[in-house]
Design a protein around this ligand. Structure first.
Ligand code: ACO
Length: 361
């Protein structure tokens, strides 16, 4: 038996390769750091879905813009009670309104859904009216406009694109595996995406970046980093944004996102102080983790600089997991289609360690 399925190979994929020993991530033949900052999310989604839908256009931009407009009708079901729940729960409830299907139209609606529903959830929770999508804008620019109510600058849209592309796929991570399991039963793409989103929600996976901001805020000053982090580890807490099942070195996505934070801050003239502080906390955390767990290489993962980048874009920490889903949904869908195309039902076994057979009373 493999605890947590560590080391188990459960699928063959053309989508992405996570090299944990060397800290490399390749998405359909491209190194993640070459895609992030150069590619729009629409093109990364196309790259992932390429070959999985016969009727996919060579440029997804306008079809995705139309899909954003189409799914906006579902926002009518959003009331303040739902919007004030955990944003992932509200997003999941709205996503569940999209009928199951295996076609391109369903896939595009599912890619559009987190991008349209998350801004609506944030705005309604704040007492503001949702803003309708603008199909003429890029996916990233439209997301920022729908959240904040004002147009995004090119630098902000490019920063969000860099983020969405960086997280669009990552091997058989927990949420993608969940999506593939559901796809393997032939339940449909909406069901697969709902499974992915539910797995993403947890703090050990896509729920980590919000708590990274809490940690930075609680630490407050560079001098307080070491004592604060030592107390956290002594309590048995995990440091959010550090450690990974596969990477034994630094997660390459951390540096792709740090570069995006730098580009954004040099364009806007803000944030160098926050970035320098975060770097000081990161250095202290790496030092302490090395002392705390000398046998287990623990390094920075994607979530640490995710938190910095999304914060710099003015997004609230409560939205970070939903924003993660806006990017990862493309990977979930590509994996679901790949599973449908050639995979068998995923059905592992368990070892029974319960009581011996006994006679029912
Ligand atoms: N802080 C402190 N200790 C840690 C951390 C951490 N961030 N990560 C792992 N450890 C310790 C564990 O406590 C464990 O110690 P033990 O053997 O004494 O119990 C040891 O290192 C091994 O940890 P595992 O839980 O076996 O490692 P696993 O591969 O299962 O977990 C995980 C990986 C969940 C990412 C873990 O490193 C973690 O909890 N990190 C913090 C949460 C986080 O940042 N999650 C985002 C990951 S990236 C993503 O999903 C997109």
């Amino acid at each position: 038996m493999s605890d947590g399925l560590e080391g188990v190979i459960a699928a063959q994929t053309v989508l992405s390769d996570v090299d944990g020993a060397h800290g490399r991530l390749v998405i359909r033949g491209y190194a993640v750091e070459d895609l992030a900052g150069r590619t729009r999310f629409e093109d990364a989604a196309h790259l992932l879905l390429d070959g999985f839908f016969d009727d996919a256009p060579s440029d997804l931009s306008s079809a995705l813009g139309e899909a954003r407009v189409g799914v906006f009708a579902e926002v009518a079901a959003l009331d303040e009670g739902l919007a004030r729940r955990d944003p992932v729960e509200a997003l999941r409830a709205l996503l569940a309104r999209i009928p199951d299907g295996d076609d391109l139209k369903t896939a595009l609606r599912l890619i559009a859904a987190p991008a349209v529903f998350t801004p609506a959830v944030l705005r309604v929770a704040n007492g503001d009216a949702p803003i309708a999508p603008d199909p003429a804008l890029s996916h990233a620019a439209d997301i920022l406009r729908m959240i904040r109510g004002v147009p995004a600058t090119d630098a902000e849209a490019a920063a969000l694109d860099a983020y969405l592309v960086t997280v669009c796929d990552h091997g058989l991570n927990a949420s993608t595996f969940a999506a593939r399991v559901v796809a393997s039963t032939r339940a449909g793409l909406t069901s697969a995406v709902l499974a992915g989103l539910s797995a993403l929600k947890g703090p050990l996976h896509g729920g980590a970046p919000g708590p990274v901001i809490d940690m930075l805020d609680a630490i407050g000053t560079p001098e307080n980093a070491r004592p604060w982090l030592e107390r956290a580890l002594a309590r048995g807490d995990r440091l959010m944004g550090f450690g990974h099942r596969i990477y034994r070195v630094r997660d390459p996505r951390a540096d792709a996102l740090k570069a995006a934070v730098r580009r954004l801050s040099s364009a806007s003239g803000g944030l160098p102080g926050r970035l320098a502080f975060a770097e000081a906390v990161e250095r202290a955390a790496l030092e302490i983790l090395r002392e705390h767990k000398p046998d287990r290489p623990l390094d920075t993962n994607v979530e640490f600089y995710t938190a910095l980048l999304l914060e710099a874009l003015g997004l609230p920490p409560s939205s970070f997991t939903c924003v993660f889903a806006m990017g990862r949904v493309a990977g979930w869908l590509a994996h679901a289609r790949e599973q449908l195309a050639g995979g068998r039902l995923i059905r592992p076994q368990s070892v029974y360690v319960g009581p011996e057979v006994r006679v029912a009373a």
